[in-house]
Design a binder for this molecule. Sequence first.
Ligand SMILES: [Zn+2]
Length: 279
Amino acid sequence: MCLLCVAKSSSWSSPRRAFLLLAGAAVATPLLAQVDVGESSRLRTLVPAAELEGAASKQYVQMLEQARAKRALAPDSHLQLQRLRAIASRIIPHATRWNDRARQWKWEVNLIGSQQINAFCMPGGKIAFFTGILDKLKLTDDETAMVMGHEMAHALREHARERIAKSQGTGALLSLGASLFGLGQIGDLAANVGTQLLTLKFSRDDEVDADLVGLELGARAGFNPAASVTLWEKMGQAAGGGGAPGFLSTHPTGPDRIARLRENVPRVKSLYEQGRARR
Ligand SMILES: [Zn+2]
């Protein structure tokens, strides 16, 4: 995306948004969004959302069981986990603006003991943070909310559906579709797709989309959007320190990313002030 275009187009004067408003086609883009992102990709509709969310849920349970077996799953009483859940509970009420399916999602937040700098939100609202991202980057609540908002945005904007639609052969997609009618082997396919979910690498456009939607989600929940800038600066420093598995390998940071966020902070400032007043 051209930085200049982002700077010049306001939410209301953008011809694309005006068209969407007129056409009533902004199904996946809330009309009152302050950040300028388009509709979710139509390609994603090739992968049934309910099936993918079911596969993600299974994969999430499996991952938690593995962590529990290694005594690496934080108990409910863990202070960092309580902090994560408190942050999530403030952001979640704003999620349906971006995806109506989120009304039915059973959101979960867990903390895994691992030195990896990592966090994710699987389709259907299954969130996990690794202790490494909180400890190594010494994230403030605002910065943590920006990571969470970013990851929730990937799920809400259904980037995994789009990625899988692009990566799967047509045959596999047809089988996944057929399974809806009781014809396919959904068990195996769901397991395969579920495994993929943990290693998905999103496109650059998906990352821009998640940055901006996440920024707005966090601001609406009353978290300081300026923290998105310090967050990515910290990520950059961590990446520069060598050895960057997990999040950093799938989320390259750089001047473009930080400049785009910095430019968008003023757009969500009033949302942040309203969100903070509600706290
Ligand atoms: Zn991302």
